[in-house]
Design a protein around this ligand. Structure first.
Ligand SMILES: [Zn+2]
Length: 318
């Protein structure tokens, strides 16, 4: 990696998918949607992943987001490299907070290399950095990881829960085909005060369990998909005080833009679809979700970035 590549604005990952559901993707970023009157936050995104024919830098993403009423993001890591990047960029960017973790599909890889323990130690260290406000994404994924990787997933998930609790941070859960075991694990070891099911993928039953336990459901663009009636039924029964919204960009672009690169500036589509389903006013729902988001992660204005004395100042560029 060259010196320039290690600067926080350089991409850490490239999304290589050119097809979604067997059809080739339109690799251009969609135009800006109509802006929101009352702003929201995107509480789960991956701005380190370059996507599309003309990838956007994280600053371009944040500027577009600001222009349509998306006032901040939680930038989420999934391994050491992306967690470091997230913490480093958030420390210097007022519109970004960070989440750090080893993703449940990465945990078995670290374990196989004998490196899970040291990776968890570094996550615990990153968790103490300024503007790191969540541990995630962590959890269980029985879709991509088979039986042989389960022990590492449990070990990693439980360690992340412990790190979140120790530091008073929110927990962002990745749960794929593992609802019962995620719930059982949270009950067994005790969930952090602010526990979020990122990209909520359960049904009405899981929604009621979340509601009973005070856990948050963060809905992403897939709630707009035609075949996602189950998710919309889950939305119906969630208390509004436990709702969050996210993009999981560059993935899960909402309809009618499915397959194109996703970005925080597209969250109005998902928010409007949620409001329509609930028969709620878009601005009222946005206000509720913004307040929920600040309760979970704290204010984006707290613990502000300290300007880097070595960085070129705007005045120096004039
Ligand atoms: Zn994610």
């Amino acid at each position: 990696m060259s010196e320039q590549d290690s600067s926080p604005s350089a991409y850490v990952r490239q999304r290589n998918t050119t097809e979604v559901n067997g059809t080739s993707r339109d690799l251009t970023y969609p135009p800006l949607p109509e802006g929101l009157t009352v702003p929201v936050y995107d509480n789960h995104t991956h701005l380190e992943i370059a996507d599309g024919v003309e990838p956007l830098t994280y600053l371009e993403h944040l500027d577009r987001a600001s222009s349509v009423g998306v006032r901040g993001v939680v930038q989420v890591g999934g391994d050491l490299e992306t967690s470091r990047w997230s913490a480093e960029v958030a420390a210097n960017e007022p519109r970004m907070l960070a989440a750090v973790a080893i993703h449940p599909n990465e945990a078995p890889r670290y374990a196989a290399a004998g490196a899970l323990q040291s990776a968890l130690e570094e996550i615990a260290e990153l968790a103490t950095r300024p503007r790191v406000r969540a541990i995630g994404e962590t959890g269980l994924d029985f879709f991509r990881t088979g039986e042989d990787g389960r022990a590492a997933q449990y070990e990693s998930f439980e360690a992340h829960i412990e790190i979140a609790k120790r530091n008073g941070l929110a927990l962002q859960i990745h749960d794929r085909d593992a609802h019962d075991e995620v719930v059982r694990t949270l009950k067994r070891v005790g969930a952090p005060e602010h526990t979020v099911f990122h990209c909520f993928s359960g049904d009405e039953v899981l929604a009621r369990i979340c509601a009973d336990n005070g856990w948050y459901a963060s809905f992403s663009g897939n709630i707009t998909f035609k075949n996602a009636e189950r998710l919309r039924e889950a939305l119906d029964v969630m208390p509004r005080a436990l709702l969050l919204v996210e993009t999981d960009a560059p993935f899960l672009t909402p309809d009618p833009l499915r397959g194109r690169p996703n970005a925080p500036y597209l969250i109005p589509y998902t928010l409007r679809a949620m409001a329509a389903r609930l028969g709620a006013d878009v601005s009222m729902l946005a206000a509720q979700i913004s307040s929920n988001t600040e309760l979970v992660y704290g204010s984006w204005g707290d613990d502000p970035p300290v300007p880097d004395a070595d960085a070129p100042r705007p005045s120096a560029l004039a």
